[in-house]
Design a protein around this ligand. Structure first.
Ligand code: FES
Ligand SMILES: [Fe+2]
Length: 369
C-alpha cells in the first residue's frame, strides 16, 4: 500500500455535521467529519492525549470532541479546547493530530493521504465526462471485497479474464494481435479491439450490433495505485465508461467506490438495468479475486507466470515499483508486528512544516532515492 495518493474516504452524502464517521484506509484508522459550515475534514483517528478513538466522539460547535476526556480538535487537527484545564488553560503545542487535504467530488469525499506539498501531489483523477450534457451518470455504489486492492486493480487491467469470468458478455474473444498498451507518468492503459457479440435483441445488444468490428473494443487503465478506468466502445460513438476509486482498507479488504457514465441509452429507466448488469459483472469478478492465493501479489516475479495479455498488469507493477523507490510504500510487515503496541499515522503535509508530533509516522519500505 502506498501513501501520497488520493483515496476515497466516504460517500459525501453520508457525512453530516451531526456525527463523525470512521474509515479504515491503508490499514490505519481515520475519522471524517463536517465542521460548523459543512466543510469536510479527514484526520488520523487517534487522540494524542491517551489514545481515544476520535470517531466515537461528538461534534461540538464544529469541533471533534474525543469521547474519553473531551479534548476538542478543529479541522486542521489542532486541539482547541481541553475541558479539564478550564477556559484559561494552556494547550500543549504537541496537542495536534494529522489532518489531510480533502476534496469532495463525484459525490465522494477524497483525502490526500501523505505529506507531499501541494505542488508535488498527483492531481485527483478528473472524470472528463462529469457534468457534460451528453453524458449520464448512474448511481454511486460501494463494493466491499475480501481481497487485496492490487489484486482488484490487476483484475481490471487484465483483458483476458472477460471471456472466462463474465458470462453476460456473449462471445467476446481476446485477440492478442489487437491489443495495445500505453504508459504515462501516473498510469498505464490497455486497449483491446474485440469481436462484437452475436446478434441480440436488447437495446444494449442492438447498439453493439450496429458497430463496425473495428469500432468495438474496450480499454482499461490505472491512474496511481488505486484508480481504475474502464471504457467500453460499443460503436464509434456509443460508450460506457466506468470509474473505480479503490479504498485499500487493509491487506485483505478493499472497498470500491464505483461510478459509471454513458453517452447512449440516456433514458432514466435504463439506469437501474445498467446498474444491475454492472453489479452482476462486479460480483463475477469478486467471486474470483476473493479466492486468489496468495491474497497479496507475490513479491518475487518467479512466483507467477506473466504471459501475453498480462502486459498492463506488468506495467502497473512497474509503476508501483517506481512509487516504492520514492519511499511511498508502507512497510506492512513492521505494521503487522507492531500492531497494538504503536499508534501510527500517515504523515500529513503539516509535518513538513512543524515538528513535535505524538503519533509515529507509518513505517515505509526504504526507497531507492
Ligand atoms: S484520550 Fe482523548 S481526550 Fe483523553
Ligand atoms: Fe472483470
Amino acid at each position: 500500500m502506498y501513501m501520497n495518493f488520493w483515496y476515497p474516504v466516504c460517500i459525501a452524502a453520508d457525512l453530516t455535521t451531526v456525527a463523525p464517521l470512521r474509515a479504515r484506509i491503508l490499514g490505519l484508522p481515520f475519522v471524517a467529519f463536517r465542521d460548523a459550515v459543512g466543510q469536510a475534514h479527514v484526520l488520523a483517528d487517534t487522540c494524542v492525549h491517551r489514545g481515544g478513538a476520535l470517531h466515537k466522539g461528538k461534534l461540538v460547535n464544529g469541533h471533534l470532541a474525543c469521547p474519553y476526556h473531551g479534548w476538542q480538535f478543529d479541522g486542521t487537527g489542532r486541539c482547541v479546547h481541553i475541558p479539564s484545564l478550564g477556559a484559561d488553560g494552556s494547550i500543549p503545542a504537541r496537542a495536534k493530530v494529522d489532518s489531510y487535504p480533502v476534496v469532495e467530488r463525484y459525490g465522494i469525499v477524497f483525502a490526500f493521504l501523505g505529506d507531499l506539498p501541494e505542488a508535488e501531489r498527483p492531481a485527483l483523477f478528473e472524470i472528463a465526462e462529469w457534468g457534460q450534457d451528453q453524458w449520464r451518470a448512474s448511481g454511486l455504489v460501494v463494493f466491499e471485497l475480501n481481497a487485496y486492492f492490487e489484486r482488484s486493480m490487476e483484475n481490471g487491467l487484465d483483458p483476458v479474464h472477460n471471456e472466462f469470468v463474465h458470462t453476460l458478455q456473449g462471445n467476446i474473444r481476446f485477440r492478442p494481435d489487437c491489443m495495445r498498451v500505453t504508459n504515462g507518468d501516473w498510469g498505464s492503459e490497455v486497449f483491446v479491439r474485440m469481436d462484437p457479440p452475436k446478434p441480440g435483441t436488447t437495446q444494449l445488444e442492438k447498439l453493439r450490433n450496429d458497430a463496425q468490428p473495428e469500432d468495438f473494443g474496450a480499454s482499461s487503465g490505472h491512474y496511481g495505485p488505486n484508480t481504475l478506468v474502464t471504457r467500453i466502445n460499443l460503436s464509434k460513438v456509443n460508450t460506457l465508461v466506468q470509474y473505480f476509486f479503490e479504498q485499500p482498507v487493509d491487506a485483505d479488504h478493499t472497498r470500491i467506490f464505483f461510478i459509471n457514465l454513458r453517452n447512449c441509452m440516456l433514458e432514466d429507466w435504463n439506469d437501474e438495468r445498467i446498474q444491475q448488469i454492472n453489479l452482476a459483472i462486479a460480483n463475477e469478478d469478486i467471486a474470483v479475486i476473493s479466492h486468489l492465493n496468495p491474497v497479496r501479489t507475490p513479491e518475487v516475479s518467479t512466483k507467477e507466470i506473466l504471459i501475453v495479455g498480462d502486459e498492463c498488469v506488468g506495467a502497473y507493477r512497474k509503476h508501483l515499483k517506481a512509487w516504492e523507490s520514492r519511499g511511498w510504500r508502507l512497510d506492512m510487515q513492521t505494521l503487522r508486528e507492531k500492531a497494538g503496541d504503536v499508534a501510527y499515522a500517515i504523515p500529513s503535509p503539516a509535518r513538513r512544516l512543524s515538528k513535535n508530533w505524538v503519533l509515529d509516522p507509518v513505517p515505509l519500505v526504504a526507497g531507492g532515492g
